[in-house]
Design a binder for this molecule. Sequence first.
Ligand code: FES
Length: 97
Amino acid sequence: MRASSLRPRVQLFVCTHVRGAEGPLRSGCGAAGPEVFATLKRATAGIAARVWVTATGCLGHCPGSGCAVVIYPHNEHLVEVIAEDAPAVLTQALGGR
Ligand code: FES
């Protein structure tokens, strides 16, 4: 094991976890997560060295609509995120800079 020299300033973890729609947690983030992930990837294409966008499994929030996004290292957990929220997510992640 060794430490990687690659360190983003911010990493956005986007839940894309898919569940069976008939379960108590419905479809989880699988309905919205992939579009949120793709939108954030496009929006950060020019700053990909500083901002990483990573698709993940369940982050434990399981919102009833949209998806969950965690902004690291800020420890900010967003729920009910939809693709149209991508600019606001980035503003929050980058502290308005
Ligand atoms: S399914 Fe996305 S947080 Fe649980």
